[in-house]
Design a protein around this ligand. Structure first.
Ligand code: ZN
Length: 347
C-alpha cells in the first residue's frame, strides 16, 4: 500500500483514499461524501411547546441550536392546581404567557408567539366563560393559533362528557375560523409497549410529573378511543366551518397518521421531544415523508417543565432525517416552511 499520510503505519485514511481511487459505487465505503453543511445552520421552528414553563437554560438551548421561532402553547391542566378547573384558572395561564412573552423574546432572540386554548384533559366547570373572552385574545397579534385542544378519551380526576368536550372543541374552532387562525390539536397517543411494569404507587411514567393514579374512567371506551377522538375533532372542524388545512394534529403516531393523511387535509405534527413517552422519533417522520411527501408534515418538541423533554430534539432530528435518506429540501419544508406558512411564524 502506498502511504500518503505520515502516520507510523497505515491508518483508515490511507485505505479510504485507496477505495476512493477505485471509485467504488458503494457510497457507504466512500470517504468523499458531499455532506450538506447547510444543515448546521438551518433555521427551524417549533410549532408546539410550552417553553414559558421551562427554565431559562432550556430556552437558551433553543436559541443555541438555531430555533428561529416557536409557538408557546398556553392551555393545559398540568399548571392549574384545582380540579375541576374553573375558567379563571385557564385564563390565568393565558395571561401568564402574555405577561412573559416579550421578555422571553428579548432574552433569547427567537420569535415566541402564543397558542391559547381550552384543553380537555381535565373538566372545566364553566367553559362558556372562556369562550366568551377568547375572541378578544384571538384578535391579539401575538396569538397565532387556537389550541392545544381536542377531544380526550379520559380525563384527570373527573370525567368530562365526550359530547360536551366536542362542543367546546367545536366552539373554539368556530372562533379560530372567524380569526383565520389555525387550530393545534392534541391527538391522544397509543404509547409504545414498556418492557416491564414499575413498582406499585410510583406511577406508570416516571419522567412525567403527573399523579397518573388519579385518572378518571375513560369517556371513550370503543375499539380505538385514540382514533375516535381524532375523528370527532375532524367532525367538529367540519361542523365549525374550519378548513382542514387549518388544523394541525400534534402527537401524530402510527394509530392516526394513515387516517389523517388519506381521509383529511389536516397537517400532522410529530412530537419528538419526549420520544421515551410516546414512542415517536425521527424514523417515524422519515417514513411518513417517504409515504406521503413532506407537504403536510411538521415536527414539534412539546417541551414542558412537567416532562422529561429535549429542547434539542428538532436540531437532532434535522441530522437524523438526513441520515435516514430525506433530502435537504424536504427537511427544510418540514422543520421550517410548513410551520412558517401555517402559523404565520418567522415572517
Ligand atoms: Zn403540549
Amino acid at each position: 500500500m502506498n502511504q500518503r499520510y505520515p502516520t507510523a503505519r497505515p491508518t483508515d485514511a490511507d485505505r479510504l483514499e485507496e477505495l476512493d481511487r477505485d471509485r467504488l459505487s458503494d457510497p457507504d465505503r466512500r470517504s468523499d461524501l458531499d455532506l450538506p453543511t447547510e444543515l448546521l445552520n438551518l433555521p427551524w421552528i417549533d410549532p408546539h411547546n410550552h417553553a414559558h414553563t421551562l427554565s431559562w437554560g432550556d430556552r437558551e438551548r433553543y436559541a443555541l441550536s438555531g430555533c428561529r421561532s416557536m409557538m408557546m402553547v398556553s392551555s393545559g391542566y398540568h399548571w392549574t392546581p384545582y380540579k375541576p378547573v374553573e375558567a379563571s384558572d385557564v385564563r390565568f395561564l393565558w395571561d401568564d404567557a402574555i405577561n412573559r412573552r416579550t421578555a422571553i423574546e428579548r432574552n433569547h432572540f427567537f420569535e415566541a408567539k402564543l397558542g391559547l386554548g381550552i384543553h380537555t384533559g381535565v373538566r372545566i366547570e364553566d367553559p362558556d366563560d372562556l369562550l366568551a373572552v377568547m375572541d378578544d385574545y384571538c384578535a391579539l397579534e401575538e396569538v397565532v393559533a387556537v389550541g392545544e385542544t381536542g377531544v380526550t378519551p379520559g380525563q384527570h380526576v373527573e370525567r368530562w362528557d365526550v359530547d360536551e368536550q366536542q362542543a367546546v372543541v367545536g366552539a373554539q374552532m368556530e372562533i379560530a375560523a372567524d380569526h383565520d387562525l389555525p387550530v393545534l390539536l392534541h391527538t391522544p397517543n397509543t404509547s409504545g409497549e414498556s418492557k416491564r411494569d414499575y413498582r406499585d404507587g410510583l406511577g406508570v411514567t416516571p419522567g412525567y410529573e403527573k399523579n397518573a393514579g388519579l385518572g378518571a374512567e375513560p369517556v371513550l371506551d370503543g375499539e380505538n378511543p385514540a382514533l375516535e377522538a381524532v375523528e370527532r375533532d375532524v367532525e367538529a372542524a367540519r361542523n365549525a366551518g374550519l378548513d382542514e388545512e387549518r388544523v394541525v394534529a400534534s402527537h401524530a403516531d402510527a394509530n392516526n397518521t394513515a387516517y389523517l393523511m388519506t381521509e383529511t387535509d389536516c397537517y400532522l405534527s410529530f412530537t419528538i421531544g419526549h420520544s421515551w413517552l410516546i414512542g415517536v422519533d425521527a424514523a417515524d417522520v422519515a417514513n411518513a415523508i417517504d409515504e406521503y411527501g413532506p407537504e403536510r408534515i411538521m415536527i414539534d418538541t412539546d417541551c414542558a417543565n412537567v416532562l422529561r423533554t429535549d429542547p434539542y430534539a428538532v436540531k437532532r432530528a434535522i441530522f437524523e432525517l438526513y441520515r435516514y435518506g430525506i433530502d435537504v429540501d424536504d427537511i427544510r419544508t418540514v422543520v421550517y416552511e410548513n410551520p412558517r406558512d401555517v402559523f404565520g411564524l418567522a415572517e
